[in-house]
Each structure stands twice: as C-alpha cells, then as structure tokens.
Design a protein around this ligand. Structure first.
Ligand code: ZN
Length: 702
C-alpha cells in the first residue's frame, strides 16, 4: 500500500509493561515481541545511561534470549518507561532503526496474519489478537508483567477504503523513486518531486480553490518513494520478466517469450499488479495515443480543466501531473505541453440532508441518482449539484432540493413555450436578424442587458463561479426577459429581438440544463442543434446606455405602482386610475404610457409635467416622478372605514391583553426569557400596526 492509502484511527487498547532483563519495556503489541533482542533508549536518559552498549541474558516469552541496549534520539523519554524493544519487521519506525544500526529484521507474523510457528510452540499459527492474549498469559505466569494500562489511546493504521487494520510487513516491492533526477525540466535534470512542486509553484497548473495548493505542497514536500506494486489479481500486471536460467530480470512493454539476455524460454512475468492510481494516472496521455505523437495528443495536451473531488487531489491529480510530465518530456514535448491540464477544479463531497457522508453501509444517507432522474429529470439533478455549490466545499443533497430545481427547470420550459406560442406570427418562422433601424426603447434595453449578461456569465464561468453564473442567466431570463420584455411585447412587438434574446438565453443556459434547452432550441430553430452552436459574444453595436436607463425608470415606475397596489390590498385584476407628474421624463412616460398601463394594470393614466399634491391618494416617488393613485378608485370608502374600525378594535383588545400579561409579575418571574421577550416583540409590533391603521382611517375620513 502507498503511504497515502493509510489512515489512522484512535483506539483504546491496553498498553503493557513487561520486565525485560534490567528494564521495563512498554508495548501495545506483545504478540510481535518473540524475536525482540534490542532495547533502545534515549542517549540522554540518565536512568539507562550505564546500560548503553551492554548485553544481557533475558528471560522472555519462549525462554532465554540474548539482548543488547542501544541509544537513539528517536526515543521519546516520556513515553512509557523510555525504554522499548524493537520489531523491525512489523513497524516502520523500528524498520528504519534496524536499517540505521544494521540489525536483523525477522518476520514474526506471516502474510496470513498468523504467528509463524518457528517463533513459538504455544502461539504458532495463532491470529494476532489471540496470540496477544496468550503472550500476556505466558508472561504473567513467569511474573514478567509489571503492570497494564487499560486506558491507553493509540493510533491504529487502517486501509483508507475497507478500514481493515494494516500489518506492516517487509516485502520486495516496486517503487517510483521521487528524489532521483530523471526529468529534463527547465534546463536541468530534476526529480519527480521537484517537477511536481514546480508545475504548481510556477502557475503552469492552477488549483481551484487555491487554498488546496497549500495542502498540495505540504503533501509533495513530505513525499516518499511511491510503492506501486500490489499483491492483488485485478490491475495492470507489472511488465517485468524474470529468467530462471540466467537469473536476470528485464522490462518489456509487450508480452515476450524469451529472455532478453540469454534467450532462454524459461521466463515468468512478475505476478504483481500496479497500484490502481498508477494505472489511473496514465489516463491523460495514454488515451490519446501516447507514445505516438498523435494529432489528438498534440491538440488536447494540456487540457483546459480537470474537474474532480478534493479527496483525490493526491491519489489522482498529483499522480497525473507526475506521469504526464515524465512520459511526455521523454517523448520530446516541451515543458508547457507536457503537463496534463492547466486548471484543476476541485468540487466538494456530496453529503446527505444532515451533512453526513453518503456511504453504502448506511443506505439512509444515500440517494440513487437514477431514481431522481426518473422522477425529476436529469437537468434538475444537474442544477441541484451546480447551484449553491462552491469549489472545495461539501454540499448537501436531498430529494426536496432536487424537486425545487425541477420547478426551476419547469419555469424555463414554460417561459420559452409561452414566448413561442404567444408571439404571432410565430417567431419560429421568423429570422432573428436584428434591424438596428427598427428598435424601440424596450428592444434597445433588452439587447443592452443581453450584452451585459453574456459578459457577466462568461466571466463567472471563466472564474469557476458556476453557481453564480447559473443564477445570473436564470434571473435574466425569468426576471427581465419573461417578466418585462415579453410583457412589453404585448404592446409593441419586435419578433426578431424576441427570438434573438430567447435563442441567446438558451445558449447561456445550455451548460446548466442541456436537455431542456436542447429540446426548446430544436423546436425554435428546427434542424439545428444547440450543442454545436458557438458560445455567445456581446455585440458592440447593441449598447444603448441612455435608452436602457430610461427603460429602467419606466420599470421602476411600474414597480412603484405595483407596490402601492399590493400594500393597500387592491385586487390585482382591478383596473385603476393613476396620475403621474413626470417632470423631465414627461415625454418618456407619455411615449411608454401604453406599456405602463398594461404592466401596472391601469384603466386610465393621466400624465402631467407637474401639479399640486393630490389628497386622498396613495403616493410614491420614483426619482423625480410623482405617482398618485386616487383612493376613490381603489376602495369602497364606507366598507373600508367599517373594516378598519373593526380591525382597530380587535387589535386594541389584543394589545391590552399583552400589556396585562407583561405587567403580571408571576408571568415575568416564571416564564422562560425567550417567551417574555417574544411577548414584548408582539406588543411593540401591535402598537406599530395600530398606529398605521389609525393613519389609514384618518386618511380616508378626511
Ligand atoms: Zn536469461
């Protein structure tokens, strides 16, 4: 296994103290101790100073053994007794010590996880945990157990996939040397490690979000040689052959029948397979025909962006950089053409509604995308993964959310269908060639906005602000095109502009909801496919800032009237009367009178340059423009007075009861603080509402 496939989990397990000759040693793993012959202490540890370099006969698990004491600074004097024996075959730290001091490293536990019989008559063939108990029992009988700490917390290394406990073993494996200078890189022979650092440090490769660059460097800086051979059946077999006749080994990219050295047929291929990540890192170039310099390899290396999860930044992303730079430099590609990609966009992990990781062992956390697609459509799933997500951050996914985006998709579908069915003659049959000489203010406004939106969405996508980009185009399509422009088109219509903006919006929405937009597009422009269209560009001839501004004021005016209507509960379908003092915008408002009437649902509209303030009317200002809605047209005065009187009476009673409650000492002393606070809020809100109602009553009673 590679180092990065190891995970550490905390476990509470007994820590044993055994008498071992002149010292007491601590260990969590008695079952590995059969062959321990070396005691290691810290050179500065006064307790053991006179023992260093000495040898002893020690009574141990299977009888007497000869032990010696060495000193090394790696020992933590405060851990246990500050003295330990080492088991090089089953501990990485101990193995490194054995290399340093040229010590033996006998295998105690076999590859099936059992004690090898030659070490112990009583424990031979036993699995690890069973042997652990047995060894303690034996030492107990011999009076060699000093004491046991039952509450020791230690780190156990487990496999990152299956979480099985990993037993270190010494075996012959294939490694990738990460420190040997093997790549011609920027006029120097450099190691894999140096090239991995340089590609990101020199910004040839950008990681998004950039906080992951720090994590990347931390990993590379601590990189060890990569163990790439695995003792499993599935995978690329190691392409190395061994000859039994001349004992040589050789590499061959293709299957061979004879020894390369002595031509003998008695050869066999290494039975091991490559680490799955070694095979995966070949992907960016091997799929494009490498080692041939195919047109595809030349064109698509480096690719513009790799999109993947942050959890495989090392496993896969770093390994692809490693493999591609090594292989393509060897094939003669320049440095900038040998990296696999320019940008790495890391998405977060998908979690369930409670933020829990989805896992097969807990089915209640999982959502089957196929079920969701069946129910809500593929575009809804896609949107629920894009909107609201930010690079590198985990996101929650649940059915209600997907259902919400189904509504989002439906709105687009309905909006587009409405435009196509309501524009007569059908815009399907019309050209979308915009004639600059025939543009109304509204046309100029929507074309100007379209330009702005194209620019904004393009920038957002290029900056990987995918969620924002999706919302920008959605807001434009729904909030400006459908709500305003299409409505205005019911007064005066420009089918070419209607169609052009719809077509362009579909192009902008296509990356976010490819299926629905493709279907609408096929209907709008039969015989064409949206997916093969070019990405829209702003048209420099379509920038009309002053007309756009004017239309903005008209829309504000309409919104102003709508708000007034809504605040006074005027029936939305009722056509009412409005008076506008438009001052400098008089000509503009007069020009757009029909649109204002239609969108604000007015029966009559009077427009003046200016005039006396009007009483008994709802009033608002939009910039300098004064808007009056005479109350006589809005409401039945007598009925409204009656209604207001009743509401005021009811509210006054309610406020009185709250006041009573808030003066009650028993309530104040016993009720929870939040409840008391809540009653206070209700009281002040009630007073505010009462004041407003009284003002309304006064207004209509004048
Ligand atoms: Zn040979």
């Amino acid at each position: 296994m590679a180092d990065d496939e190891l995970e550490y989990v905390e476990e509470k397990a007994p820590f044993y103290y055994f008498k071992y000759g002149p010292v007491v040693i601590g260990t969590a793993r008695p079952e590995t101790k059969f062959g321990d012959k070396v005691i290691v202490v810290h050179p500065k540890d006064k307790r053991y100073k006179n023992l260093i370099g000495k040898e002893f006969d020690v009574e141990w698990i299977e009888g007497k053994i000869r032990a010696k004491v060495i000193a090394d600074e790696c020992i933590d004097m405060d851990l246990g007794t500050g003295a330990m024996t080492i088991t090089p075959a089953h501990s990485l730290v101990d193995f490194e010590l054995s290399q340093k001091y040229d010590l033996e490293a006998p295998q105690i536990i076999d590859f099936d996880g059992k004690i090898r019989p030659e070490w112990s008559k009583s424990c031979g063939g036993m699995p690890i945990l069973e042997a652990r108990k047995k060894v303690v029992e034996i030492l107990e009988k011999k009076g060699l157990v000093d004491h046991i700490d039952e509450n020791y917390i230690h780190n156990v290394s487990v496999n990152y996939r299956g979480k099985g406990v990993v037993e270190p073993q010494i075996m012959k494996q294939w490694f990738v040397d990460v420190n040997k200078a093997v790549i011609d890189w920027k006029k120097k022979k450099r190691s894999i490690k140096e090239v991995l650092q340089d590609t990101v440090r020199s910004k040839m490769i950008r990681i998004i979000p950039d906080r992951f660059e720090k994590i990347y460097f931390h990993w590379i800086d601590n990189l060890r040689d990569w163990c790439i051979s695995r003792q499993i059946w599935w995978g690329h077999r190691i392409p190395v052959w061994y000859c039994t006749k001349c004992s040589n080994s050789f590499f061959s990219p293709t299957t061979v029948q004879k020894c390369k050295h002595c031509k003998a047929p008695s050869i066999s291929q290494d039975p091991d397979t490559l680490d799955t990540w070694f095979s995966s890192q070949l992907w960016t170039f091997s799929t494009l025909g490498w080692p041939e310099k195919t047109p595809d390899l030349l064109r698509f290396t480096p690719s513009s962006v790799l999109e993947t999860g942050y959890d495989i930044l090392f496993f896969w992303v770093a390994r692809m950089i490693l493999g591609s730079t090594y292989a393509l430099r060897k094939t003669g590609f320049p440095e900038e053409k040998s990296i696999p990609f320019k940008d790495v966009y890391l998405h977060g992990l998908i979690r369930d509604i409670h933020g829990k990781k989805m896992s097969k062992s807990r089915p209640e956390t999982c959502i089957d995308p196929l079920d969701m697609i069946e129910k809500y459509g593929t575009d809804a799933i896609r949107l629920s993964l894009v909107i609201g997500g930010t690079p590198g951050n985990d996101m929650r996914l649940y059915e209600e959310k997907i259902a919400g985006y189904r509504n989002f998709v439906n709105k687009i579908w309905n909006g587009a269908r409405f435009v196509m069915s309501s524009a007569e003659p059908s815009i399907k049959k019309r050209e979308d060639k915009v004639n600059l000489k025939k543009l109304s203010r509204a046309d100029k406004w929507i074309l100007t906005r379209l330009n702005e939106i194209i620019e904004k969405v393009t920038d957002q996508i290029e900056d990987y602000e995918l969620s924002e980009a999706g919302l920008t185009v959605y807001d434009f399509f729904w909030g400006e095109y459908c709500d305003w422009y299409v409505e205005m088109s019911k007064v005066t219509k420009n089918p070419a502009v209607l169609k052009h903006v719809l077509k362009t919006s579909l192009k902008l929405m296509h990356p976010f909801m490819p299926f629905v937009t493709e279907t609408i597009y096929g209907d709008l422009c039969p015989g064409t496919m949206l997916i093969t269209e070019d990405w829209p560009k702003p048209n420099p001839k379509w920038n009309f800032p002053s007309e756009s501004d004017e239309m903005g004021r008209i829309m504000d005016l309409v919104s102003g009237i709508r708000v007034l209507r809504a605040e006074s509960d005027v029936d939305a379908t009722k056509k009412i009367h409005a008076i506008i003092f438009a001052h400098e915008d008089t000509a503009l408002v007069e020009d757009k009178a029909e649109i204002i009437k239609r969108l604000a649902n007015l029966g009559t509209l009077e427009i003046f340059g200016n005039g006396e303030k009007i009483d008994k009317a709802l009033t608002t200002f939009v910039g300098d423009i004064e808007i009056y809605l005479p109350l006589a047209d809005l409401i039945d005065f007598e009925a409204e007075k009656k209604r207001l009187h009743k509401e005021i009476d009811d509210l006054a009673k309610y406020i009185q009861s709250l006041d009573h409650k808030l003066k009650n000492k028993k309530f104040l002393n016993n009720a929870p603080k939040e409840i008391v606070e809540n009653e206070h809020i209700k009281f002040t809100e009630g007073l505010k509402r009462l004041k407003k109602l009284q003002e309304q009553l006064e207004q209509i009673s004048k």
